[in-house]
Design a protein around this ligand. Structure first.
Ligand code: HEC
Length: 135
């Protein structure tokens, strides 16, 4: 009696997408693609470099995205400026990530200035979200 149930649960899990799809996130990505001149697709590996690179272009307390979001996007972060906890940024752990366009834009502006000392480009933003969708 138990076995068929377990089998269907396993099938359900296997059928689940690698990340939680969300039409709002798709729309945000589509906007960045449109704004990216000569767009040839976003890259998770470029997004990972953006996330891990020690840019040291902005605030000295935040040389990289990992300074607050940690090396592991699936873990809780901690704001290096205020000490406040930050929820994980990986979509697999937090399916609400990158679904509110105003919040996404506000944080990209703030965080890219803090880390790179400039705004991120539409391509960098799309790459970053693409990386986090696979995490
Ligand atoms: C000073 C600490 C800090 C650094 C450094 C930082 N972030 Fe953040 N980030 C935050 C906080 C705080 C939030 C908002 C709280 C939350 O979303 O849980 C956030 C949220 C975000 C969001 C919104 C996520 C969503 O839910 O839609 C994006 C996008 C983002 N960060 C990108 C970046 C990128 C890209 C970098 C590196 C260039 C970076 N962050 C570096 C603190 C930081």
């Amino acid at each position: 009696m138990i076995r068929p149930l377990m089998l269907s649960a396993a099938l359900l899990l296997a059928a689940a997408p690698a990340f939680a799809a969300d039409a709002r996130r798709d729309a945000i990505l589509a906007d960045y693609a449109k704004a990216d001149s000569g767009h040839t697709g976003f890259s998770a590996s470029r997004g990972e470099s953006l996330f891990r690179t020690q840019w040291k272009g902005g605030d000295e307390r935040t040389p990289s995205c990992t300074a607050c979001h940690t090396d592991n996007p699936r873990q809780n972060g901690r704001n290096a400026k205020t000490g406040r906890p930050i929820d994980p940024v990986a979509v697999s752990v937090n399916s609400k990530r990158f679904t509110d366009v105003d919040l996404v834009e506000k944080q990209f502006t703030r965080d890219c200035k803090s880390v790179l000392g400039r705004e991120c480009t539409p391509r960098e933003k799309g790459d970053y979200i693409t990386f986090m969708m696979g995490q």
